[in-house]
Design a binder for this molecule. Structure first.
Ligand code: ADP
Length: 624
């Protein structure tokens, strides 16, 4: 029998498991019990329609057997079991769906984060064992198979005997070291505590034989050792218990176990609703986005239960896209057990539930923003972009739900600010909300127009996410204050006298400005003087709906066909360059126009079409 190698990623993960920090090791039991429970679910569902299963709901169980002398623990279930092929495919590879991303992220993340994100289940057995065997017989098959592995070396599979369907996993517990007392996992007291902590809600009994000392009947003062089979879990789903009976730790453990997060949630929302729609909901707002959150692989949805029985694992209709980060479940007696996906979508009851859930999430986020700013900001850094997309994608239809939840970094104290906070700080007479776009805050601060607006004492919001400006165009205004892109919109910061003077300057230089525009062809719609600049010689201003920043975003998308913002080249009227221009011959003026235009593009973070020409013009100037 030849030994098979684990797939590459599995091997790396195994190493991490084996070397993981001790305090996390106890979760191996939760992982194996959770697999056993899933396997029983499968056979149980089948038993509802297939008499040949021959088992009653009350027959299903998970049995834990520690053996201190042999230093083994077995976890046995009478679920669906695995065929030889399934043993091979399920236990020879890990993280099937996410394996590619997994590899990619591997180097950037700590091992605990990865273990948490993937819920790598079965492999956690190697955290406490140096050998693992899996004896399994699939339902419907006559024979069983034995999978054996001593860790990173690989595994073997051979035919074996087992009387009925199910799986027996045997862990050969490692020897104790100075720091790691693996032996404690063989202790019935410790095992009971771990199961109560992580697996209490499992819907099938988890039983273990426990030795107890009992008085001998009729013989006073004498005790004998009796073996008693105990059920270790309460089997009551956490969400069905009373809120005041549940500790914060229990909520957190439940979340981390069920939704594969290494971190505790930012917020737990447990609501019992009665009325038009009657349901229990247990919702979690994560702190950090899962590795695939902003990819199309991410599936939103809440688990849906009907009277404690799972009917759908990810019901997307319960969550709007802009709250797709919420994890959790809904349990309602109003829903029928055998409802199909299609029917469910149109279910009146489900719609009612979805609506109240959305309201609830919104108000919980608002509370968090108000009362726990630090956590909210952490949450927002992970999921804020999703809510901004929500405003944009719905053409603004959901802006009222979201406008008070979004934040931007502001030039006021360089911190995240809500729109209402910005409006509260507005100067007397200020009636616009100023923003500027760019890749980073530092780059935005270099934009000529930003410098000028900040210099006049106005606060600026930094738009560094691609979606920011698109979202804001859907909002249009906040509290009746319109949004103004300091690089795109005509700012009205000048006094009447200043305006008059500028107008005259532009008229007087009309011929020259026209020649400059002609030198630049279609690249700009106009060349003109401006008062809006402080130290920089020139800038680009866009006119119309499309800003230069949006041009960048749109052209970076697949299938882009070179959309162009309508841009105006503005020249700083008080910069020495404006006097210089007036004294140039036509040929030199043309070159200066090109140079100023290319400089302005570079400052805005746009590329120049003809870098060779740029270089030639600069050299010509240098040797002059
Ligand atoms: P996950 O549970 O996240 O899918 P695991 O590595 O824990 O990942 O398990 C891999 C697969 O092996 C499971 O999806 C399941 O198909 C199978 N499996 C694990 N344990 C059992 C079991 N006790 N009975 C039947 N199948 C199991």
């Amino acid at each position: 029998m030849s030994k098979k190698q684990f797939k590459a990623e599995s091997k790396k993960l195994l190493d991490m498991m084996i070397n993981s920090i001790y305090t996390h090791k106890e979760i191996f039991l939760r992982e194996l019990i959770s697999n056993a429970s899933d396997a029983i679910d499968k056979l149980y569902f089948r038993s509802l329609t297939d008499n040949s299963v021959g088992l009653d709901k009350s027959d299903f169980r998970i049995t834990i057997t520690p053996d201190k002398d042999a230093r083994t623990i077995t976890i046995e279930d009478n679920g669906c079991g695995m065929t030889a092929d399934e043993l091979e495919n399920n236990l020879g590879t890990i993280a099937k769906s996410g394996s590619l991303d997994f590899k990619k992220n591997m180097d950037e993340k700590s091992d605990v984060e990865i273990i948490g994100q993937f819920g790598v289940g079965f492999y956690s057995a190697f955290m406490i064992s140096d050998k693992v065997t899996v004896l399994s017989r699939a339902f419907g098959e006559d024979s069983a198979n034995l999978w054996v592995s001593e860790g990173a070396e690989g595994y073997t599979i051979e035919p074996a005997q087992k009387d009925s369907a199910g799986t027996v996993i045997t862990l050969y517990v490692k020897e104790d070291t100075e720091n790691d007392k693996y032996g404690e996992f063989l202790d019935t007291y410790r095992i009971s505590a771990i199961i109560r902590k992580y697996s209490d809600y499992i819907r099938y009994p988890i039983t273990m034989d426990v030795e107890t000392s009992q008085p001998v009947e009729g013989k006073e003062g004498e005790y004998e050792t009796v073996i008693e089979t105990r059920t270790l879990n309460s089997m009551i789903p956490l969400w069905r218990k009373n809120k005041n009976e549940i500790t914060a730790d229990e909520y957190d453990a439940f979340y981390q176990d069920k939704f594969f997060d290494f971190e505790k949630p930012a917020k737990v929302v447990h609501s019992k609703v009665e009325g038009q729609a009657t349901y229990d909901a247990l919702l979690f707002i994560p702190k950090r986005a899962p590795y695939d959150y902003y990819t199309k692989n991410y599936e939103k949805g809440l688990q849906l239960y009907s009277n404690g029985v799972l009917i759908m694992d990810k019901c997307p209709d319960l969550l709007p896209d802009y709250f797709s980060f919420v994890k959790g479940l809904v349990d309602s007696a109003d829903l029928s057990l055998n409802i199909s996906r299609e029917v469910l979508q149109h279910d009146h009851q489900l719609k009612l539930i979805a609506k109240t859930i959305e309201k609830k999430i919104k108000s919980e986020l608002q509370n968090m923003l108000k009362n726990d700013r630090e956590t909210y900001e952490e949450f927002f850094k992970s999921f804020g972009m999703q809510m901004k997309f929500g405003i944009y994608e719905s053409y603004g239809a959901h802006k009222d739900a979201l406008k008070d939840l979004i934040m931007f970094v502001s030039s006021y104290e360089d911190k995240l600010s809500t729109l209402s906070e910005y409006v509260e700080r507005m100067k007397d007479g200020q009636d616009k909300i100023y923003y500027a776009c760019g890749e980073t805050k530092a780059k935005i601060d270099m934009l000529p127009q930003v410098e000028a607006v900040k210099d006049k004492g106005y606060e600026i919001l930094y738009f560094t996410d691609n979606v920011d400006e698109f979202a804001i165009q859907m909002l249009m205004a906040y509290d009746d204050k319109h949004f103004v892109n300091v690089c795109a919109d005509k700012l009205d910061l000048d006094t009447d006298a200043e305006k008059e003077e500028l107008k005259k300057e532009n008229e007087d230089a009309k011929d020259m400005l026209t020649k400059m525009k002609e030198a630049l062809g279609d690249s700009v719609t106009e060349v003109r003087f401006t008062n809006a600049l402080k130290n920089h010689p020139a800038c680009l201003t866009s006119e119309g709906m499309l800003s230069t920043e949006m041009e960048k975003v749109l052209n970076a998308m697949p299938g882009a066909n070179g959309v162009k913002a309508e841009t105006v080249l503005e020249i700083n009227a008080s910069h020495p360059i404006s006097d210089k221009l007036r004294n140039l011959d036509d040929e030199t003026l043309e070159k200066y126009a090109k140079l100023l235009y290319m400089q302005a593009r570079l400052i805005s973070g746009l590329s120049i079409e003809d870098p060779a020409e740029f270089s030639a013009l600069i050299s010509e100037l240098m040797i002059r």
